[in-house]
Design a protein around this ligand. Structure first.
Ligand code: 13P
Ligand code: SF4
Length: 636
């Protein structure tokens, strides 16, 4: 399933596991040996106590097996997957004394690695709308370098050099010893022409010196520079050499640093200040571990409410949740399904904007409920009505009448307020399933399009329609473009992006083609243009499913979309070879917030005559949003 480099990880972990066992268990676990019968069999469940990203499951499994080879370890999630509090991470069962003796060591590894992955993911998410990558450093726990760096990758970060031997990094002390930047680079190049060279600079003078070197060095590190200086460095460098920012970058400040246009941001804190993810192991007798049958309860309530209830589920939902859905689909199909049902209660298993769309389209007397009202969408959150209105005001100032010049188009992944904005301004909504038809229509109405919030869907669609890149303008909220640039644009793109789909990179396409010759690469159009350009095909979630279903047995697929869907396709189509395009498959955290327990909670309340988590949209907003949505549904 996952294409990870298990062996180097386990190779590095093995001596650490032996050390930990010697340190913690030594000659034996006095307590368990005194209390448990030698033949007692136990089962344990490793459960998340707080939200985070899991990393280190292979190491945890290796710990249990090293302590007793008969312990069975079953991972319930993948490394790299986001978990919510209470979520089952893994199950273990086997000889009780050994299981208890191994528990702490396994958790120590898993909690530390998951803590690193969690913090990394927060940084990666904070820069998701930019092209900057998050890098680790060598500030790792001595001996744990491979494990720490693996965890960074599971968080979606990239690794900097492994050690001192695999890259030249010229710092101030080297420069002083060599008598200057130029001689330092010359010496390094002469001694090790096989290694990439990075040079650390502390000011713009040093930057200019490094930029004067030919051939150029592979990377320049801007050490401890302020935001203003970084901006200047980016414009001086003008893309000639990749730039890395290093030094005290915080989670709060990383977004602004990334927005300057630098290529890499290295963060020592990812591995030097680890906060372990809160995980625990709950142990019971093997026979007692019977989970309450929530699926049966859903079925009971469904039959009790009959036609009064319909459950809709998006393809990115958890397996146990989607199994309860009466209709499953991508966002376009679910929007249509919502208009076609007469059920009194629509329970929407998806993220908030999807349930909100159903609520806008609902008939009088219908109620739309969502199992977790906080299940938002990272992409939708990148555009607020206020920010879009401020941009529109600028367009108004440039053209005099923005309404005559622009058709506003909002991707369905947006708030009701933005859909209403489009309704008010003769605009329209689109989904990934109909973006081309919608954009084509929009350009027949007025000469230009203002597209939000997903820059990638907008760019990919416009490009595929033959609109050149120089007629597309990426809006900058903090530094809005000037009138000349605005007048040249046919399509203005909001700078939003999905943090899940942005994690697919062009090098993933290259790597998967090398690993699986003949593989067809198919991606969601929320991926970056560089990825879509390299792929064989791009399309909505439903399009991806249709292509896989229609392909002959033996077809090889690398799929660039959310991983729950990819895993489901793997299981449903064993006759084909299906892998995730990325080495660390990305999961949508907010889609995963809908769980069987919170679905049952909403249904139980319904069965008792109570509406919980009803999604409501005020009448004025719903009126205008419905106009933009219905225009879309008419178009295709
Ligand atoms: P679809 O329109 O393909 O369902 O995509 C919705 C979504 O949120 C993708 O990330
Ligand atoms: Fe939003 Fe991305 Fe999740 Fe889709 S995958 S719901 S766009 S965050």
């Amino acid at each position: 399933m996952m294409r990870q480099e298990m062996s180097p990880l386990l190779h590095a972990a093995q001596p650490l596991i032996d050390l930990a066992i010697a340190e913690d268990i030594g000659p034996g676990d006095a307590t368990s040996e005194a209390i448990l019968a030698a033949d007692a069999v136990l089962t344990g469940q490793i459960v998340a106590k707080s939200a985070g990203v899991i990393a280190g499951l292979p190491v945890a499994e290796a710990v249990f097996r090293r302590v007793h080879p008969d312990i069975e370890f079953t991972a319930c999630v993948d490394d790299g997957q986001e978990v919510v509090p209470g979520e089952l991470v893994a199950e273990v069962s086997g000889p009780g004394r050994s299981l208890l003796a191994a528990e702490r060591i396994a958790l120590n590894f898993l909690q530390r690695m998951s803590g690193i992955a969690t913090l990394t993911r927060r940084f990666v998410d904070a820069v998701a709308c930019t092209s900057a990558a998050i890098l680790d450093t060598r500030k790792t726990l001595p001996g744990y370098r491979v494990l720490d760096k693996y965890a960074v990758r599971m968080g979606g970060g990239m690794n900097h050099r492994k050690s001192l031997y695999d890259m030249i990094l010229i710092k101030d002390n080297h420069i002083a010893a060599a008598g200057g930047i130029i001689p330092a680079v010359a010496r390094a190049r002469a001694a090790r022409p096989d290694l990439p060279i990075e040079v650390e600079v502390r000011n713009l003078d040093e930057l200019r010196q490094v930029l004067s070197i030919t051939p150029p060095v592979e990377r320049i590190m801007l050490d401890n520079m302020g935001l203003e200086e970084i901006h200047l460095a980016v414009s001086i460098t003008a893309g000639r050499v990749p730039l890395e920012v290093s030094g005290n970058v915080t989670l709060e400040g990383v977004g602004e640093v990334a927005a300057t246009g630098v290529d890499y941001i290295s963060v020592g804190a990812l591995t030097h200040s680890v906060k372990a993810l809160d995980l625990s192991m709950e142990v019971g007798q093997a026979e007692e571990a019977v989970a309450p049958d929530l699926s049966s309860r859903v079925a009971e309530i469904k039959s009790m409410l009959g036609k009064r209830l319909v459950i809709l589920g998006h393809h990115y939902q958890r397996d146990e949740v989607i199994a309860c859905a009466d209709f499953r689909g991508d966002s376009l199909k679910l929007a249509r399904d919502a208009t076609q049902t007469d059920a009194e209660f629509i329970v929407f298993c998806g993220v908030h904007f999807m349930a909100e769309t159903a609520a806008i389209l609902a008939k009088p007397g219908q109620h739309v409920l969502i199992p977790d009202a906080t299940a938002g969408c990272y992409l939708a959150d990148t555009a607020t009505l206020e920010a879009v209105q401020a941009a529109w005001d600028i367009l108004e100032a440039v053209f005099g009448d923005a309404d005559a010049e622009f058709t506003p188009v909002t991707y369905v992944n947006s708030s009701a307020a933005l859909k209403a904005f489009c309704g008010r301004h003769n605009g329209v909504v689109c989904t990934s399933g109909n973006a081309t038809q919608v954009l084509r229509w929009a350009l027949t109405q007025r000469p230009r399009v203002f597209f939000f919030p997903d820059q990638h869907l907008g760019r990919n669609t416009a490009k595929q329609m033959g609109i050149p890149l120089n007629e597309m303008l990426l809006w900058d909220v903090h530094h809005p473009p000037g009138p000349a640039a605005i007048r040249q644009a046919r399509v203005i793109l909001w700078p939003g992006a999905c943090n899940v789909h942005q994690r697919f990179r062009p090098e993933h396409v290259t790597a998967v083609r090398e690993q699986f010759p003949g593989v067809r690469v198919i991606v969601h159009p929320e991926c970056k243009m560089e990825v879509v350009d390299l792929a064989d095909d791009a399309g909505s979630t439903a399009h991806i499913i249709r292509q896989v279903e229609a392909a002959p047995p033996g077809t090889r697929w690398a799929i660039g979309t959310e991983s729950r869907l990819v895993h489901r396709l793997q299981r449903d189509h064993p006759e084909q070879l299906i892998v995730s395009l990325a080495d660390v498959p990305p999961f949508c955290r907010t889609m995963g917030q809908i769980t069987l327990p919170n679905l049952v909670h909403v249904l139980e309340a319904l069965a008792g005559g109570e509406l919980v988590n009803e999604v409501l949209v005020d009448a004025e907003t719903a009126h205008w949003a419905r106009i933009a949505l219905e225009r879309m549904l008419e178009l295709g």
